[in-house]
Design a protein around this ligand. Structure first.
Ligand code: FES
Length: 167
């Protein structure tokens, strides 16, 4: 589970279907007394999900409709006010760039990852990634300090079955 407490201002950044698991985090962060700014991203406006529900729990919702620009939405917030924590869930490449951005500003960032999984119990190792130089299993060890995640390795492993997936 994502650790919830009163951090101050929390930017919750979701992309695609990652917005679904982000919703309970947004709600919990708000209930814990945080100022919550939610940035939702998808390729087009029609693909944005849960916007109405996000607005119920967020002080502000920013919609970004181009994958490459999600970081601009987050950076605009960072440039205008102090951000105490960032939570990100979405496509791996999106989380990679959110992580690179928040590292630049030294903002603690939590990434909830979705790798290839088989058993989901920590036994098969299919979901393994490298965090802070150590092997971790996404299914039982996550979420993680995004700044410690080796996103390039994760992206490489995510594409292991690309040929089969496209058939
Ligand atoms: Fe098998 Fe995580 S999915 S160890």
């Amino acid at each position: 589970a994502t650790h919830i407490e009163k951090f101050g201002t929390v930017v919750c950044c979701g992309g695609g279907v990652g917005c679904a698991p982000l919703l309970p985090i947004v709600a919990a962060m708000k209930e814990a007394g945080n100022r919550v700014i939610t940035v939702l991203a998808a390729r087009t406006k029609e693909l944005i999900i849960l916007e109405k529900q996000m607005r119920e729990y967020s002080d502000e919702v920013i919609i970004m409709t181009d994958d490459g620009l999600v970081t601009q939405g987050v950076e605009a917030v960072i440039n205008r006010e102090k951000v105490d924590l960032c939570v990100t869930i979405g496509p791996a490449v999106m989380m990679k760039f959110v992580s690179l951005l928040t590292r630049k500003y030294d903002i603690p960032t939590v990434a909830s990852l979705n790798t290839i999984m088989v058993d989901g119990t920590g036994m098969c190792g299919a979901c393994r990634i490298t965090v802070g130089g150590k092997t971790r299993f996404v299914c039982i060890d996550g979420p993680f300090d995004a700044h410690q995640v080796d996103f390039d390795e994760m992206l490489m492993r995510l594409s292991s079955y690309k040929d089969l997936e496209s058939k």
